[in-house]
Design a protein. Structure first.
Length: 535
């Protein structure tokens, strides 16, 4: 059985088995061998296979057929002949050699099924200009610029064109660019003088011109569409075709039609779903009876594709806008809270155990008196970025709030882990070490050094969203956080103090601590035992 081998020197050459009878070669989908290369005609050549002979015939192709680099109209093929269709080369062989790959079995070794043909998706792609003929439309009695005259082939080509239109409109584009692309395609496919897209203004309820295209040589001054026609189509939600709008009794009072001498027009609604979002209008200024029902049906189909693309572009823009806004809003929430909100929505108030960490800059008020307000904010932003993003979030803590130069972070809400207390204490140690590194930089850049004091406490709290439905903040309420704040007040610059309950939760006691004398804190009558963390 003879074969055609495309690019036989390639690692994986394409092998086409030639069947008895006629085998056609070209770009069109109805060929026996489809070659999606622009140098080939849609029906480029054919090979007739008989029991004794193989004859190749050129089918009047634009770039000709060559056998062994001789241009031919018809030629008998011999084993080993090279055939070139346009720029694509094939090798003709009577049988495959052992070194050449055989058609692959489908389903693995031992399968009874065999692949008798293969086709990559790109082989079926047809360029839009291959389906159109800029000179032939009026000869067909229609403004559709199709090459084919056969009704069945025209129907197939219209489907191909709509597919190409859908593909070209499918990628996200800015709204104005998308509308211009729609009109570019319309003027490429249909022989109209002018094309306009009008979209509904949601505030005014009126149609507004958003994009317009003219055929070369058409005047562009003045109003270029009939508001009577466009409003009629928008209100009815139906496409209309006028052979001569000047005498159409539906538009008896339409002065704009008379003033513009519109002779023939088509107008179709842009209706992606139930609601009309605009209209697509095309007209002719000089010739009557140029549009046919076939034209209106095709323009309606094209408008359906355009309407879907416009709606998708609007949704894409909305998604982008909402994503930006969501990112901005989420920046107001700790990472753990944002995650919990995505999982559960509004967070319910729960009773839980947390380890709370308070940290303050020592002598902050005195330090600020010697700085400009802008310098204070810049310094705090740099400080908080290191403390929160680099350390607290690293240890999976939740930032509850900033309090001037201080901060409150918790471990245990909205997520609990068995080593929350240890994570909190380790975060405090890293915060103190980070301050030393900041000071090394700030003493050079800002002539500034700081110290911070930190207090931690573990205990029960009520945790959840606090505030109104429109303005909420995730927080904790309970004496646990109050005591953590008081412990922070007791700590000196550079110190970390923890409560007895936090020490108990540390478990293996790998973090060294030193007991300090019992102290009485503000607002409490009893003495408390605290511990200084060594680092």
């Amino acid at each position: 059985m003879p074969y055609l081998i495309k690019n036989p020197d390639a690692t994986n050459p394409e092998i086409h088995k030639l069947k008895p009878g006629v085998n056609t070669i070209g770009r069109e989908l109805d060929n026996s061998i489809i070659v999606a290369d622009k140098s080939l005609s849609r029906h480029h050549a054919e090979i007739l296979i008989t029991e004794e002979r193989a004859i190749v015939t050129d089918l009047g192709s634009l770039n000709n057929t060559f056998v062994n680099e001789y241009k031919i109209d018809q030629c008998e093929l011999n084993d080993g002949d090279w055939i070139r269709y346009g720029a694509v080369v094939f090798l003709f062989v009577q049988a495959l050699k052992s070194s050449q790959p055989k058609p692959e079995p489908l389903g693995g070794e031992g399968s009874n099924l065999s692949i008798i043909g293969r086709l990559a998706p790109e082989k079926t792609r047809v360029a839009l200009h291959d389906l159109l003929d800029q000179q032939n439309s009026q000869q067909q009695g229609t403004v559709l610029m199709l090459r084919q005259q056969n009704a069945e082939q025209r129907a197939l080509d219209k489907l191909k064109i709509l597919l190409k239109v859908s593909q070209q409109l499918s990628s996200p584009k800015k709204p104005q660019k998308l509308l211009e692309k729609i009109l570019d395609l319309l003027l490429q496919i249909m022989n109209v003088d002018r094309a306009i897209i009008l979209m509904l203004n949601q505030q005014t309820g009126e149609l507004e011109q958003k994009a317009v295209k003219f055929r070369d040589g058409i005047a562009t001054d003045g109003q270029i569409y009939s508001t009577t026609i466009t409003n009629f189509v928008y209100e009815k939600g139906e496409a209309i075709l006028t052979s001569d709008a000047c005498v159409d009794n539906r538009f008896d009072d339409a002065n704009s039609i008379l003033a513009q001498a519109i002779r023939a027009s088509m107008c179709v609604p842009l209706k992606p779903r139930e609601q009309v979002i605009g209209v697509l209008y095309a007209d002719n200024l000089s010739m009557v009876n140029v549009y046919r029902q076939e034209d209106l049906e095709f323009l309606t189909a094209l408008a359906n594709q355009a309407a879907i693309a416009i709606e998708n572009a609007a949704l894409y823009k909305q998604i982008e806008t909402e994503a930006v806004m969501r990112a901005k809003f989420e920046s107001f929430f700790p990472e753990a809270v944002s995650k919990k909100l995505k999982e559960e929505g509004p967070l319910k108030i729960v009773d839980t155990e947390v380890t709370a960490l308070f940290a303050d800059i020592s002598h902050f008020t005195q330090m600020c008196s010697q700085m400009e307000p802008r310098q204070v904010i810049e310094m705090l932003n740099e400080y908080f970025q290191v403390m929160v993003e680099d350390i607290i979030f690293k240890y999976e803590g939740t930032l509850e709030k900033y309090i001037g130069d201080g901060l409150l972070a918790i471990w245990g809400a909205p997520y609990r882990q068995p080593d929350d207390a240890k994570r909190a204490v380790q975060a405090a140690i890293d915060m103190q070490r980070a301050v030393k590194r900041l000071n090394q930089d700030w003493v050079k850049r800002r002539n500034l050094q700081i110290q911070i004091h930190i207090g931690l406490n573990t205990g029960k709290v009520a945790a959840g969203n606090i505030g109104s439905p429109k303005l909420i903040q995730y927080g904790t309420i309970g004496d646990t956080t109050n005591l953590a704040s008081r412990i922070c007040d007791v700590a000196k610059g550079g110190e970390i103090l923890i409560s007895q309950t936090t020490l108990k939760q540390l478990g293996d006691r790998t973090i060294p601590v030193v007991k300090i004398p019992p102290v009485r804190v503000k607002g409490k009558q009893q003495l408390f035992q605290f511990y200084r963390v060594l680092y």
